[in-house]
Design a protein around this ligand. Structure first.
Ligand code: MN
Length: 238
């Protein structure tokens, strides 16, 4: 059986990703799970997606969706419908306000557009292959022993019944879910660990070690529990 690697939130740092993958050197029988948030914030979203597209041909890549891909895809849909720049009706009954274009731009969407040389907000100008890659990402991936998803989960629900809000948006600093009913260990990203250390609660492990905030991009190999960490400048530690 091949090795099983999980990689945390990349956020546009293509140099870190490509050096990390050089070190991992995945074999065709290996599986690499990427936990989402490939885009936004960092300098080279375009380079990250190009590298992930190539990685698909080198090993089994299980690319999960992050909230940042979800935002981009939602805005792309509205752009196609011609409703992107129109003021949106906001429900007084809904706690979560509808996503605005400016929200995404402020959360790093500007850097994503810039990496493609786009000076105006035309998400549909991002290469089709890259948009398709994002559209095909999964909300979770489950093996015999592990579950992988971007943010969190509801402990008492099976994976197919999970609300998207929990999988993509829930912050662990708000609350850490109990053990999942499957008994499997769940690997997540999303909740940036500002001290750069993996958060390991046993039943849930967060490997978003805050690369964009001066921390690390983390990869863990799950059969041998090998950890690799690289910073935005391409330096490894450990
Ligand atoms: Mn996220």
């Amino acid at each position: 059986m091949g090795k099983l690697w999980v990689i945390g939130d990349i956020h546009g740092f293509s140099l870190s990703l490509s050096r990390l993958l050089d070190r991992i050197a995945p074999e065709p029988e290996d599986t690499v799970v990427t936990l989402g948030d490939y885009v936004d914030r960092g300098p080279d979203t375009k380079g990250v997606l190009e590298r992930l597209l190539r990685l698909q041909n080198e090993c089994h890549l299980r690319a999960l969706r992050g909230n940042h891909e979800a935002m981009l895809l939602e805005l792309l849909e509205r752009e196609k419908q011609g409703t992107l720049h129109r003021p949106l009706w906001k429900s007084w009954f809904s706690k979560r306000k509808q996503l605005e274009l400016s929200d995404w731009l402020d959360l790093g969407g500007r850097q994503t557009l810039a990496s493609y040389g786009l000076l105006t907000t035309r998400i549909s100008q991002i290469p089709e292959e890259h948009l398709e890659f994002m559209a095909k990402t999964s909300l979770y991936f489950e093996t015999d022993h592990f579950i992988f998803t971007h943010a969190a989960y509801v402990a008492e629900l099976s994976m197919e019944d999970q609300p998207v809000e929990a999988l993509l948006y829930h912050r662990l600093r708000v609350s850490i879910p109990g053990p999942h009913i499957s008994g499997k260990t769940v690997y997540v990203g999303h909740s940036a660990q500002r001290k750069g250390e993996i958060l390991d609660k046993g039943h849930i492990v967060c490997v978003d070690t805050c690369l964009y905030g001066g921390g690390w991009l983390t990869a863990v190999e799950l059969t041998e529990k090998k950890i690799l960490q690289i910073d935005a400048g391409g330096r490894f530690r450990g």
